[in-house]
Design a protein around this ligand. Structure first.
Ligand SMILES: [Zn+2]
Length: 119
């Protein structure tokens, strides 16, 4: 079995998620702008550093995140999707893989994002 996160990172992430559950709040890490390290901004999207990266499988795991909360892949607007398509097409030159978590694997289901991977 392949683990996307190293054991150490997996433990940190579990602790982080448990803390959020204990607080029982609707917390969205992608809307907490003060805590995000933004690498690049676009009109409808931004690229951010992943706090709990897939360090078990790669060197770099950045996230491409849509600006809008309460978003899913299905309800992206035409303009959001058009920009997404342009960004991901261009980024394929900079990254090795673009990974989209399936809905059951998404940890934050109310804010759409994908992983940008360099191995
Ligand atoms: Zn959000």
């Amino acid at each position: 079995m392949i683990f996307f996160r190293s054991l150490d990172n997996k433990k940190k992430y579990s602790k982080y998620k448990k803390r959020l559950e204990e607080k029982n709040i609707e917390y969205c890490p992608f809307c907490d702008i003060k805590k995000i390290i933004i690498i690049k901004k676009f009109k409808y999207w931004f690229i951010a550093e992943s706090k709990f990266s897939y360090d078990g499988i790669c060197k770099t795991d950045n996230l491409l995140v849509v600006n809008r909360h309460n978003s899913s892949k299905e309800d992206l607007s035409f303009l959001e999707f058009f920009e997404y398509w342009n960004i991901t097409t261009e980024l394929l030159n900079d990254y090795d893989y673009i990974i989209e978590d399936s809905f059951k694997k998404l940890d934050f289901k109310n804010h759409y994002y994908i992983h940008l991977i360099k191995v």
